[in-house]
Design a protein around this ligand. Structure first.
Ligand SMILES: *[C@@H]1O[C@H](CO)[C@@H](O)[C@H](O)[C@H]1NC(C)=O
Length: 230
C-alpha cells in the first residue's frame, strides 16, 4: 500500500517537473509581442530601443565625429554666440581677462565653455553631472573637485535648478579666489528674487545686476565679488 502511494507521488513529481520545464522552455523561446519592427526612416541617432528586446545594432558615432556634427549645428552656433556676447560684456567690465581661470558650473554640453575658449580665454573648465568631453567633465556642482580659490571667475546659468542652492553657491564661492567673481544668470526677475540669490552667497557682495538676453531668453545677470575665502 505504502509503495503504491510512493510510486504515485513519484509520478506526480515527474509530471510537475515536466510541465515546469516545458513552461520555462516556452517562455524562453517565445518572442514577446512588444517587439516592433524598426522605423528605418529615422536617422540612426534618433532611433531609440523600442523595448528591452530590441537587439538591433545601435550605431554609435565616434566622439570626434559626434562633436563635429554637434558643433556645426545651427542651434549650437547661435547659443555659443549668445554666450560670447554675455562674456564680452564681462570682458569690457574688466571682470574677465584672457588669462583668467574660469569655471563654468552645470555647463551642459559646453556652449559657454566653447564661447570662452573662442574668445581666447586660456583656462576654462566646464563641469556637469554628465560629462561632455572634451569641453565638459563630470563633477557634482554641490561638491566641486577643485581647491579653494582655484578660479578667478565662476559662471552658472543653473543655480536655481540646483537641489541645494545654498551648497551650490557655497561651492562656487569656495573655488573662486578672494576678489574673484561669481556670475549667475537666472530667468529675468526683480529685486526681491535677486536678493534671495545674493543671500545664497555668504562670502560675496553684489557688484551689479542687469537684464540681458541669452539664447533668446530674457535673463537677469547677477555679478558677485568674493570678499573672503574662508
Ligand atoms: C529686470 O526686469 C525686471 C522685470 O522683469 C525688473 O523688475 C528689474 O528691475 C529689472 N532689473 C534691472 C537691473 O533692470
Amino acid at each position: 500500500m505504502e509503495r503504491h502511494i510512493q510510486r504515485f507521488l513519484n509520478k506526480v513529481s515527474l509530471l510537475s517537473i515536466t510541465i515546469a520545464t516545458i513552461t520555462l522552455l516556452f517562455l524562453f523561446l517565445q518572442t514577446p509581442e512588444t517587439c516592433i519592427p524598426h522605423d528605418t526612416t529615422l536617422k540612426p541617432h534618433l532611433r531609440f530601443p523600442k523595448s528591452t528586446c530590441d537587439s538591433s545594432p545601435r550605431h554609435y558615432l565616434p566622439l570626434p565625429k559626434k562633436n563635429t556634427r554637434l558643433w556645426s549645428s545651427k542651434s549650437w552656433i547661435t547659443q555659443v554666440s549668445s554666450f560670447t556676447q554675455l562674456f564680452t560684456q564681462l570682458y569690457k567690465m574688466g571682470l574677465l581677462k584672457k588669462h583668467s581661470k574660469v569655471l563654468c558650473v552645470s555647463a551642459g554640453a559646453g556652449h559657454e565653455v566653447m564661447a570662452l575658449s573662442k574668445m581666447g580665454v586660456e583656462d576654462v573648465t566646464g563641469v556637469e553631472v554628465i560629462e561632455s568631453l572634451p569641453l565638459v567633465s563630470k563633477a557634482d556642482p554641490h561638491n566641486l573637485p577643485f581647491f579653494d580659490g582655484a578660479f578667478d571667475v565662476a559662471f552658472t546659468g543653473h543655480l536655481v535648478e540646483a537641489l541645494y542652492p545654498r551648497r551650490y553657491a557655497g561651492e562656487m564661492e569656495r573655488t573662486v579666489r578672494e576678489g574673484g567673481v561669481c556670475v549667475v544668470v537666472v530667468d529675468e526677475c526683480g529685486d526681491e528674487e535677486v536678493k534671495e540669490i545674493v543671500w545664497l552667497f555668504r562670502r560675496s557682495r553684489l557688484v551689479g545686476t542687469s537684464n540681458v538676453t541669452l539664447n533668446r531668453r530674457r535673463v537677469t545677470r547677477i555679478i558677485l565679488r568674493t570678499i573672503a575665502s574662508a
